[in-house]
Design a protein around this ligand. Structure first.
Ligand SMILES: [Zn+2]
Length: 162
């Protein structure tokens, strides 16, 4: 398997592997070895298990970044969001495939695996998750035009008299 294909096919396994406390059920990303939610933290020791996040969630808050961080020069303005995943953990990540004006609190997003940045002439590439709006995925409903009337809805006055 090529490296590119490996990355494409294992984004969640590689990036969104968190942990979950089997004592209280709280999920964490990045993974933790002790659960801060448990009344006595010691209760969670040895009870943390690996846990995969689905990558789905919604925007809790966001900021539009106009001053790029080093390595992001070509991407401004971009949207940096706090995303509350359906499993609970809050992730920070860039929202892509959407104009900054289209991003809003409550927007449903899904993590996707992208190149984050390239470093220097050696081209060291950093990969990580970003978020895309769920509605913009190709298998979701696209932009809707006006509804097309079914043949039976054609006004009867336009029909030829019997
Ligand atoms: Zn716990």
């Amino acid at each position: 398997m090529s490296v590119a294909r490996f990355w494409r096919e294992t984004p969640r396994r590689y990036n969104l592997g968190g942990s979950k406390c089997t004592n209280c059920g709280t999920a964490y990303f990045p993974p933790r070895s002790v659960c801060p939610e448990c009344p006595a933290h010691r209760q969670s020791i040895e009870k943390m298990i690996p846990f995969q996040l689905s990558g789905e969630g919604e925007v809790l808050s966001f900021t539009i970044v106009h001053e790029p961080a080093e390595g992001f020069e070509l991407q401004v303005p971009y949207v940096l969001a706090l995303v509350k995943t359906v499993e609970g953990p809050v992730l920070t990540g860039q929202v892509v495939d959407a104009s900054p004006e289209a991003v809003a609190i409550g927007l449903k997003v899904r993590a996707t695996f992208r190149k984050l940045r390239e470093e220097g002439k050696a081209g060291v590439i950093h990969y990580g998750y970003k978020f895309t709006p769920v509605e913009d995925l190709p298998f979701a409903a696209g932009p809707r035009g006006p509804p097309v009337p079914a043949p039976s809805e054609v006004p009867s006055r336009d029909r030829a008299p019997a």
